[in-house]
Design a binder for this molecule. Sequence first.
Ligand code: HEC
Length: 139
Amino acid sequence: MRTIKVCLSLIPAVASIAIASNRELTPPIRAEVRDLHTKVIVPASGALFEAEREIPGTDHHWQDLQGIAKELAKASGQLLAINDGKSEPNWLKHATSLRDESESIAKAAGAKNHEAIVAGNGRLLSACNACHAEYRGGK
Ligand code: HEC
């Protein structure tokens, strides 16, 4: 009985955390964010994740991968520019992480270092998830 009471009393606290971590973006900003995702962020990150199981076989493939990581870094810069950082400092933090990790993956591809790409991908995914937890209601 005692355990059940404790659990129930936690529910309001959990609910309020969920609300606090779901920051609303204005509709035009949301549309811009979605557009950047469709055009670059989703396909580019998908290609980087894909490179984990398919190691680039030729110089040309490594260069392609480096180019993709650079595109992602550029799109992260655009994500940064969407927000002036005054009202949403955490947005800047997450977009900066995305840019930094993309740049580190671009370097890894330049050095043909597959292990460093896998490690960079892990950190990249953390940056995606951290932003989504806060600005996409944890989805
Ligand atoms: C700085 C914040 C931020 C970062 C970093 C970020 N996202 Fe997002 N993402 C969002 C927001 C906000 C939405 C919701 C946009 C909307 O309302 O349609 C979203 C939506 C998405 C969607 C759904 C798109 C759709 O068309 O509905 C996918 C998939 C996604 N993100 C993948 C990623 C991946 C993969 C990464 C990392 C490589 C990433 N995101 C990095 C903020 C971010």
